[in-house]
Design a protein around this ligand. Structure first.
Ligand SMILES: Cc1cc2nc3c(=O)[nH]c(=O)nc-3n(C[C@H](O)[C@H](O)[C@H](O)COP(=O)(O)O)c2cc1C
Length: 168
């Protein structure tokens, strides 16, 4: 592991949280990180729904089939993309924004996990309805974030067999 990129390795999926609140300054930093992602034609189609209310976090934990940890999370960020603004690239841009939030969370000492939304239509409708997300917004991901109650080890998954030098 090259220590110069330690934040990349420190980002691990955290699925257990203490339930503690997350500081407003940390939430602001996470959103700033998300909006610093690369974006096709610089269209920035992303929108972020920040959910800190316990009632909605509990409802989200029931809606998402792998989202039980949301009930103990400090917040959830739902990453949405405007399909009118960028019909071709909102998916790519919102995936990049999601990863930026995850890495920033690790840098802030927070735990986080990417809960898949797109392209699973079945979980999309109840989340859209609960959070009143407009129909032309794609929903890329639901990110559970909070004070970690587990500490997965930083790791590299470097695999030389996946590298093809000069030619395949
Ligand atoms: C598109 C996508 C969807 C994911 N959905 C879920 C999910 O629904 N529940 C979950 O616990 N983790 C989910 N993950 C996290 C992966 O399980 C995790 O990144 C993978 O196991 C590697 O572990 P690491 O994140 O600790 O490196 C998702 C990751 C991606 C990229």
């Amino acid at each position: 592991m090259d220590r110069r990129i330690s934040a990349i390795f420190a980002r691990r999926s955290v699925r257990q949280f203490t339930g503690a609140r997350v500081l407003g300054a940390d939430i602001a930093a996470l959103l700033e990180a998300g909006m610093a992602a690369p974006t096709a034609r610089n269209l920035r189609p992303w929108h972020f729904v920040v959910v800190t209310g316990r009632a909605h976090l509990e409802k989200l934990s029931e809606i998402h089939p792998h989202g039980k940890m949301l009930a103990q999370a400090g917040l959830a960020i739902v990453v949405c993309g405007d399909t009118h603004t960028s019909p071709e690239y909102w998916v790519h841009d919102c995936a990049a924004a999601t990863e930026n939030v995850l890495v920033a969370a690790a840098m802030l000492g927070l735990g986080s996990v990417w809960l898949g939304m797109w392209p699973n239509g079945d979980r999309e409708d109840p989340v859209r309805h609960l959070l009143r997300i407009p129909a032309h917004m794609g929903i890329m991901s639901l990110i559970a974030i909070g004070t970690p109650a587990e500490a997965p080890e930083p790791r590299t998954q470097y695999d030389p067999s996946r590298v093809h030098r000069e030619q395949w």
